[in-house]
Design a protein around this ligand. Structure first.
Ligand code: KG4
Ligand code: ZN
Length: 343
């Protein structure tokens, strides 16, 4: 039985989780509301909030898991990618704790954590897990990738965005409509009462399995500007239809390449992960495609879709099994490139 404390502080959520093997014992997340009024994450404020939150969050995670620091076998932390000031808080805390209790330190790539969140187990819950190899569409605020997961720690990225991420497209379009940050969940809920075919927007043309979302945001902005010039109340009067239409467009783009990835690889175990995998329209479409094409589909539980430390702890467990420990002099990495392989 391996007990791991996971620490996540890459962006604006301070999170700590305790796992026992793959079973989650606790997962505490302190979200930072301070950024809402700025319409995006302010890095300087994020790192200060992490500094305030980290000790109480870890303390609560220990209490909820009914463990103490002396029960731990390792400390896993998000090394990157993310905001440097935010990462530094989690990394420094993890190093200090691991050194003081004399357990190994395990660095985790945040993106790998999102994917491996699919393997978290919970007591009293029966779940099904993807079998290897499987395809994972990783869609978050910073990344959009199609990954062939060959083994728990052996990933191959076969498609990625060349500019904005899918989450960024949701957030930027929401901003254009004057909706609060983060815009993805707001668009998702407004879209439920709208007509997805009310408006159409130019879809990007990118080769292979890659994505592009920056043109879509511009197309959305220009078409809205034109309509608002004719009728200043346009956005307010059409909010639900606009949300449903932009959401459908983003999902169409995501699914088009995912279908191509299935055809290219012949893999029909298909999962989604990352913040945007909480989107109800995307989940519905994945399930429809699953039925239509005979895929086995997997979606992480909603609370594991956005940033959390449970996914970092479970990734730590997979690395622990292979003794992939890191040293105390490792520094956080704001960019971790596209390398998701174990170090
Ligand atoms: O994975 P995540 O928490 O952070 C990153 O690693 O980037 O993802 C955050 C992103 C934001 O862009 C947010 O708008 C989006 O996930 N998101 C959603 C939904 N919930 C969160 N996008 C669409 N629909 C949702 N329900
Ligand atoms: Zn994330």
């Amino acid at each position: 039985m391996i007990r791991i404390l996971g620490i996540e502080s890459s962006c604006d959520d301070t999170s700590a989780a305790v796992t026992c093997d793959r079973v989650l014992l606790s997962n505490v997340i302190a979200s930072q509301k301070v950024h809402e009024k700025y319409g995006g994450v302010i890095p300087e404020l994020a790192s200060r909030m992490h500094q305030q939150n980290i000790i109480p969050v870890v303390d609560t995670a220990f209490r909820e898991a009914n463990v103490t620091k002396n029960d731990l076998d390792a400390v896993a932390y998000t090394r990157g990618p993310g905001l440097m000031g935010s990462l530094l808080v989690g990394v420094s805390f993890a190093k200090g704790l691991a050194a003081s209790i004399g357990v190994p330190l395990i660095e985790v790539n945040h993106l790998q954590g999102h994917v491996l969140s699919l393997f978290l187990e919970e007591e009293g819950k029966t779940k099904s897990f993807p079998s290897l190899p499987f395809l994972c569409l990783l869609v978050s605020g910073g990344h959009t990738q199609i990954i062939v997961v060959k083994d728990y720690l052996d990933f191959e990225i076969i498609g990625a965005t060349i500019d904005d991420a899918a989450g960024e497209a949701f957030d930027k379009c929401a901003k254009v409509m004057g909706l609060p940050y983060p815009g993805g969940p707001v668009i998702d809920s407004l879209a439920k009462t709208g007509n997805p075919d009310a408006f159409s927007f130019a879809k990007p043309r990118v080769g292979g399995l890659d994505y592009s979302f920056s043109g879509l945001k511009t197309s959305f902005l220009y078409s809205l500007q034109k309509k608002v010039a004719e009728n200043p109340g346009f956005i307010e009067e059409n909010k639900a239809d606009l949300c449903a239409s932009i959401q459908k467009t983003i999902i169409d783009v995501l699914m088009d390449k995912l279908l191509k990835a299935v055809a290219k690889t012949g893999i029909n175990e298909v999962a989604i992960a990352g913040g945007v995998s909480a989107n109800s329209g995307l989940i519905d479409r994945l399930q429809q495609n699953g039925r239509k094409y005979g895929w086995n589909v997997f979606v992480p539980e909603r609370r594991f879709t956005t940033d959390n430390a449970a996914m970092i702890a479970v990734t730590g467990y997979f690395k622990y099994q292979k003794s992939l420990f890191s040293s105390l002099d490792e520094i956080p990495l704001a960019r971790m490139g596209s390398s998701l392989s174990p170090r």
